[in-house]
Design a protein around this ligand. Structure first.
Ligand code: ZN
Length: 311
């Protein structure tokens, strides 16, 4: 059995589920700067940061917390009566949000970098909502990849990044700037968001999906690599690729900063999970098996890129 097969078989449904419930139910019900549990000292987002940082440290990674000033979104109501986000006013309060990094230096080509990035915050415009698909599941998938790779000696430098995009501005822009400032060549940034989130129809049919969204030719080659690995390794996802119209989300932060090898892995595109940004996006409804399969695909992609370099 080769290294990749052995590694992806270590991805553990039970650990993914346990960590998802930990950060999207109990003891941490949501992850925002504007909600602190009664009697607690820290807001729920900072409590989630502690959980993430302690996990990464326990697996031997170098951990840094990078402060970024952000505001919470305001709340609007759309035509269907759903709460949706709205820009903050200039006079609204500012908070310190942190990018949390787990890092391991490459043993052969340390100035080439592979990033797995996921936003860890839940919707700042709604009080105490779990954000389980969006993006508790991507957060714990990113952690699971880091766990499986503890003790692995990468050729290239690896960063596991936990950022914030349900507050504004998106803190992944600061990560992208750090990559540039520190002189890395970005081999790939894999944005892991809302894994397994898909239409009610696909859920009923038991179809397990992953969509890779790209906007650059470099991104399309990563999407094609994912399709190939899904087949070769028998992961079993219905894997699709989609060209986005413009750079968006946390992968878009890298592209906007001049680093084109960035893609998003999401459950579906356009995103079709019926509870998106609603109070019912809860841990109980997340398809852990679908998320595990997408986590395996992200891990296999990382290992391929670390072994072989840019595609
Ligand atoms: Zn969101």
């Amino acid at each position: 059995m080769d290294t990749t097969t052995a590694c992806i078989e270590c991805v553990d449904d039970n650990l993914i589920r346990a960590r998802l419930f930990h950060i999207a139910r109990d003891p941490i019900p949501c992850r925002t700067l504007v909600y602190t549990l009664p009697g607690h000292q820290k807001c729920t987002l900072h409590e989630a940061d502690d959980f993430i940082a302690q996990s990464l440290e326990g697996w031997g990674y170098s951990v840094i917390r990078e402060p970024v000033q952000v505001q919470a979104y305001r709340r609007n109501w759309d035509v269907e009566g759903h709460a949706t986000y709205a820009s903050p006013r200039p006079s609204d309060p500012w908070y310190t949000a942190y990018n949390v990094y787990g890092m391991v230096q490459g043993s052969a080509i340390p100035k080439e970098l592979i990033v797995v990035i996921s936003h860890k915050d839940s919707q700042s415009w709604m009080v105490n909502t779990a954000g389980a698909y969006d993006n508790g599941i991507g957060t714990v998938a990113n952690l699971e990849i880091a766990r499986v790779l503890q003790g692995y000696t990468p050729k290239r430098t690896l960063w596991f990044v936990f950022c914030n995009e349900e507050h504004t501005p998106w803190t992944s822009a600061v990560t992208a700037q750090r990559v540039k400032d520190e002189g890395y060549t970005l081999v790939a940034a894999l944005n892991v968001d809302s894994l397994g989130g898909r239409s009610a129809e696909d859920q009923r049919a038991g179809i397990r999906t992953n969509a890779t969204r790209f906007v650059t030719d470099e991104g399309e080659r990563i999407a094609d690599l994912m399709a190939r690995l899904n087949e070769e390794l028998g992961i079993g996802l219905r894997q699709t690729k989609h060209r986005g119209e413009f750079p968006n989300d946390d992968d878009g932060s890298f592209i906007k900063a001049g680093m084109p090898a960035a893609v998003a892995m999401v459950g579906s595109f356009p995103y079709a999970e019926p509870n998106y940004h609603l109070a019912w996006d809860v841990a109980e409804l997340v398809d852990i098996e679908n998320a595990r399969m997408a986590t395996q695909l992200a891990l296999a992609t990382l290992l391929h890129l670390d072994e072989n370099g840019p595609v």
